[in-house]
Ligand binder design. Structure first.
Ligand code: NAI
Ligand code: MG
Length: 338
């Protein structure tokens, strides 16, 4: 049985890494029936729209997308396409797993997941400037908000994820000691939801700055972290840095009606078209997508091939300290599939 899904190759390194990922998905017989659509600069160039209607309609229909990185055009009044998509489909949860793949580094055996609230917080972009000190724009203001409903929903998502994925603990990360209203509401909602899972999933709390330090000194203590938008953005990049950087970091934007899977990294214009990009972050996102549609069997096969290939150390892209290109890595990975 095939599953309709939207495929957006993206900009910069997007098309190269998407080719690689589709090749691997085809090799394991992934069930997706792709509807190919454009967005980002590709959309601007073709139809002067970074998020064409056809693309939106396709995702609305399939409820499932694999997306390459999109270049947000600077100027021209274009809003961030990623933020627009998250709002359009109410993708309230951003799921970012961090797992050690390259052995022999400083952080062996890391396996944690960050759940980031994806719609509210400071990303609401309520910004302005006002005159002060004889300067027309002497003061810059940035506001944010959270709703109790969304706080409860994101924390519940984290606990449900923990239950469904054999996780033991959820850590609520906040700054309620200083940002008393916004983070206070998140913490209060978090504690309320946590109580519903008592005896099943453990819950603890961290103030975000301490959490950031502990992610470096002892990341193994964390299992699932759930937090508000800005903190989640920062902590998930920090966590990616523990295990080899952006070339290995996948993410999923999940809502009730749609889910969009992508790499955490951007379009990497500095290396685009040079056969240098690491396709593994996008491939790991595709693996998450396979698990999302309950094809853990195929996901496990790809995970194992990646692990075996990387552990053997023979074929790695430049960002992983090797010399292989995107194509060589893809070919070797295909060979490594069992
Ligand atoms: P970036 O993630 O594209 O690049 C940062 C650095 O990491 C660069 O040196 C790049 O070469 C390297 N890098 C990234 N992915 C890599 C990979 N797969 N393999 C090897 N090296 C890799 O971030 P940057 O330069 O800040 O953004 C470039 C563009 O991407 C911007 O237009 C930005 O708006 C967009 N962007 C899009 C995202 C998305 O669509 N989800 C996320 C982040 C940025
Ligand atoms: Mg980020």
């Amino acid at each position: 049985k095939t599953i309709p899904a939207t495929l957006i190759p993206g900009d910069g390194i997007g098309p190269e890494i998407m080719d690689s990922v589709v090749e691997i998905l085809d090799a394991v017989g992934a069930p997706f029936a792709w509807e190919r659509h454009i967005a980002g600069m590709a959309g601007v160039d073709a139809v002067n729209d970074p998020l064409p209607k056809d693309t939106i309609e396709s995702i609305r229909k399939t409820g499932l997308a694999l997306k390459g990185p999109l270049t947000t055009p600077v100027g021209g009044g274009f809003k961030s396409i990623n933020v627009t998509m998250r709002q359009e489909f109410e993708l309230y949860a951003n799921l970012r797993p961090t797992k050690t793949i390259i052995p022999g580094g400083r952080y062996e055996d890391i396996d944690l997941v960050i759940v980031r609230e994806n719609l509210e917080g400071y990303y609401a972009a309520m910004e302005n400037t006002i005159p002060a000190n004889g300067d027309k724009k002497g003061i810059a203001l940035s506001g944010g908000y959270v709703s109790r409903k969304e706080c409860e929903r994101i924390v519940r998502f984290a606990f449900d994820y923990a239950v469904q994925n054999g996780r033991k603990k959820v850590t609520l990360v906040h700054k309620a000691n200083i940002i008393k209203q916004m983070c206070g509401m998140f913490l209060e909602a978090g504690r309320k939801v946590a109580a519903e899972y008592k005896g099943k999933i453990e819950c603890d709390e961290r103030i975000v700055d301490a959490c950031s330090m502990q992610l470096v000194t002892n990341p193994w203590q964390f299992d699932v972290i759930v937090t508000t938008n800005l903190f989640g953005d920062i902590l998930s990049d920090q966590a990616a840095g523990l295990v080899g950087g952006l070339g290995l970091a996948p993410g999923a934007n999940i809502g009730e009606k749609a889910a969009i899977f992508e790499a955490v990294h951007g379009s990497a214009p500095d290396i685009a078209g040079k056969n240098l990009a690491n396709p593994l972050a996008l491939l790991l996102a595709a693996v998450m997508m396979l698990r999302h549609v309950r094809r853990d069997d195929l996901a496990d096969r790809i995970d194992t091939a990646i692990k075996n290939l990387i552990t053997s150390g023979k074929v790695r892209t430049r960002d992983m300290g090797g010399e292989a290109g995107t194509k060589e890595l893809t070919a070797a990975l295909k060979q490594a599939l069992v």
